[in-house]
Design a binder for this molecule. Structure first.
Ligand code: MG
Length: 218
C-alpha cells in the first residue's frame, strides 16, 4: 500500500447522494405541496435562494407533523457501496463527513438504520425547533448568504487540507467549485458542465471507491 501523500477529507451530500432518491425534496412536496409547487421551480432556476425557499417551506409545516416528516426517509434505499467506501477510507485514516441541506433528524435516522451513524466523522444539516405550532428554522451554525447550510463553511471548519466532495444537485454547486475534487452525478453534472467545471462522474459509491483505490493503492 502506498501512503496517501497529503491526507484528504471527504465531504458527502445526503439527499439523492447517499439516498437513491431525493428524500428531502420528496418530504417537502408531501408535507407542503402547495408551497413546493410554487417555490421549488424558482429554487431550481435560482430565482430565489435555497435559504429563503427552504426556510419558508419548512416553517409552513405544523410541528405535529415533524415526526412523520423525518420518518419520510425510512423506506428510501441508499446507494450501494457506502459501507465499503467508509471501510476503505477508515483504512487510510480519511474522515468522511456528511453535509446536507436537508433535515438533520432525517439524515441521522437513515444513517442509524444503515448502522453508519457511528461511522461518519460528523453530520451537518438543518436543525429545526418543532416545539411551537409550526416548525421553526432558527439561525443555523453554518448559514450562508444563499444557503441554510453553507457547505463551503462546513468544509472550512473541518479542514484546510485537501478536499474531496460527493454530490448530485443544486445544494452541491458551491462546494463543487471550492473543493479540490468533486464527484458529480445527475443535476450537478448539468450545472458543472454549464460552467465548464471539471468533475469526476459517479453513479454509486462503488465507482468512487474504485477511482480512489486506483489512485491510492497502486
Ligand atoms: Mg442532494
Amino acid at each position: 500500500m502506498t501512503q496517501v501523500a497529503t491526507k484528504p477529507t471527504v465531504f458527502c451530500d445526503f439527499d439523492g447522494t447517499i439516498t437513491a432518491v431525493e428524500t428531502f425534496a420528496g418530504m417537502m412536496k408531501t408535507f407542503a405541496p402547495q408551497l413546493c409547487a410554487e417555490l421549488l421551480p424558482q429554487l431550481y432556476e435560482k430565482k430565489i435562494t435555497l435559504r429563503e425557499g427552504v426556510r419558508q417551506i419548512l416553517e409552513s409545516i405544523p410541528s405535529s407533523q415533524y415526526e412523520a416528516a423525518i420518518a419520510f426517509g425510512d423506506d428510501k434505499p441508499i446507494r450501494p457501496g457506502l459501507p465499503e467506501l467508509i471501510d476503505f477510507l477508515d483504512h487510510h485514516n480519511i474522515p468522511f463527513h456528511v453535509v446536507s441541506g436537508g433535515l438533520k433528524g432525517m439524515v441521522e435516522r437513515v444513517l442509524q438504520r444503515e448502522n453508519l451513524l457511528q461511522r461518519v466523522a460528523s453530520v451537518t444539516a438543518i436543525e429545526v425547533d418543532p416545539r411551537q405550532d409550526k416548525i421553526i428554522v432558527p439561525p443555523q451554525r453554518f448559514e450562508g448568504d444563499t444557503e441554510l447550510v453553507a457547505k463551503v463553511k462546513v468544509i472550512q471548519h473541518h479542514t484546510d487540507g485537501e478536499t474531496i466532495a460527493i454530490g448530485d444537485s443544486l445544494t452541491d454547486v458551491n462546494m463543487a467549485f471550492y473543493v479540490d475534487r468533486i464527484f458529480a452525478r445527475d443535476r450537478l453534472v448539468k450545472y458543472l458542465e454549464t460552467e465548464n467545471k471539471p468533475y469526476l462522474p459517479w453513479n454509486d459509491f462503488r465507482d468512487i471507491h474504485h477511482t480512489l483505490q486506483q489512485q491510492w493503492d497502486t
